[in-house]
Every structure is written in C-alpha cells, then in structure tokens.
Design a protein around this ligand. Structure first.
Ligand code: PRP
Ligand code: URA
Length: 210
C-alpha cells in the first residue's frame, strides 16, 4: 500500500494559495506568501512526528511534557523555488539542519538535471522533509527524493504547494513509501509541462526573473 497523498483541510492554506495563483500578485508578496505556506505545510507534513515525554516544571507544577523524539528531521529545499518554502519551514523547525538540492528542468524535454547537492552529513541518523512548491511531471521530486534516500535518510516526506495528477502518479510509482502533503491537487499539465490552473513558474515569480 502507498503512503498517503494528503491535501490538508485548511482554509488559511487555501486562501494563501489563491494569493499565489493570482497573476496580479507581485514578487515580494508571492515570496512572503510562499514562506507562510511553507510554515503551514511543514506543520501539516510533520504532525505525526514521534514524541517522547520530558520532565519539566511550569511556574505552577511539575509535569511530564511531550517533546519531539530526537533527532528531528532535516529540511531539504529543492532549488530554486523550494527556498521560498524553506523560509517558512525554518520558523517552525529552527534547529533542523538544512540541505540544498539544485535541480533545473529542461524547457523542451522537461527532464530535470542536478547542479548542486549539499545535504547534512548525519542524514543516516535522521529523517528528511523535502520541499518543492511544484509537482508537475514529478521528475524533479522523484530525483530529489532518490538523492535524499541515497544519502541514507531514515525516512522521507515530501511537501509541495500544487501537484498535477500526472506527477502524483509518477511520484507514487517511484517512491510508494514517501508521504506527500500538498496544498492542492490541480487538473492536469499543459503542453509545456505547466500545471493547470497552477500558479505559473514558481521560481521566476519567487525571485523576480520572469
Ligand atoms: C520547477 C519547480 C520544480 C519543477 C517541477 O523548477 O520548482 O522543481 O519545476 O517540475 P517537474 O515536476 O516537471 O520536474 P525549475 O526546474 O523550473 O527550476 P527553478 O525552481 O530554478 O525555476
Ligand atoms: N514548474 C513550475 O514552476 N510551474 C509549473 O507549473 C510546472 C513546473
């Protein structure tokens, strides 16, 4: 059985995604909103992390309080657009080590090629949450997760903002063990490999390079 593909039931997330989709949204607002979505998606994707109890004292009484079981997962941003999500993810997980994977999709073949890999050295001891706003053909996400698994991550999760059915199917075939959290599942890919209705080119809109 495949790990779940989950679209959180979250009105705040939906409203922020609508702001990203709107072509009138300027680059600064796009980047800020992508970070906000990164915080929400990280919370949703990691909501069932293992916990343990830690003895603490409040100003009023002692108690065994739930804390995350160590070591917490690292965050891995798929460049460029994953950097936008990472800004918000780090607000939620400020101590998590961060990995960077540079992947770029060829406009014609739609095949992703890798140009940089910087992953935490202790990945064999911890899980990873891989962040990339767009799951289109699925090629980039499939490669990114394969890299993270190859580096030894004990468990991998993937979070994106918009997914196309074609990409979800390819991803689940390649990595049936990896749960995916996405703010939306859109209709389809167009002839240029863009998600419909989507939000356009996430990297360009995030960094003002369109
Ligand atoms: C975009 C996006 C994903 C990829 C998705 O990156 O951020 O990484 O495309 O497409 P796929 O599912 O068909 O592989 P792009 O290659 O445009 O690079 P960028 O983030 O640097 O703009
Ligand atoms: N990459 C993007 O940035 N947007 C898409 O719609 C597809 C791939």
């Amino acid at each position: 059985m495949s790990a779940p593909f989950h679209v959180p039931e979250n009105a705040l997330l939906r409203a922020k995604l609508s702001r990203l989709r709107d072509r009138r949204t300027d680059n600064a607002t796009f980047r800020r909103t992508l970070a906000e979505i990164g915080a929400i998606l990280t919370t949703e994707a990691l909501r069932d992390l293992p916990e343990t109890l830690c003895g603490i004292a409040t100003p009023v009484a002692a108690l065994d309080a739930p804390v995350l079981a160590a070591p917490e997962p690292c965050l891995v941003a798929v460049l460029r657009a994953g950097l936008g999500l990472l800004d918000g993810a780090r607000l939620i997980m400020p101590d998590a080590p961060v990995g960077h994977l540079g992947l770029v999709r060829d406009e014609h073949t739609l095949t992703a090629s890798e140009y940089v890999v910087r992953l935490p050295r202790d990945l064999g001891l911890r899980g990873a949450l891989v962040l990339d706003p767009m799951l289109a053909t699925g090629g980039s996400a499939i490669q990114a997760v394969a890299r993270v698994k190859q580096a030894g991550a004990t468990s991998v999760r993937f979070a994106c903002v918009v997914a196309a059915p074609e990409g979800v199917e390819a991803f689940r075939a390649a990595h049936p063990d990896v749960p995916v959290t996405s703010a939306a599942l859109d209709q389809r890919l167009n002839e240029r490999g863009y998600i419909v209705p989507g939000l356009g080119d996430a990297g360009d809109r995030c960094f003002g390079t369109e």
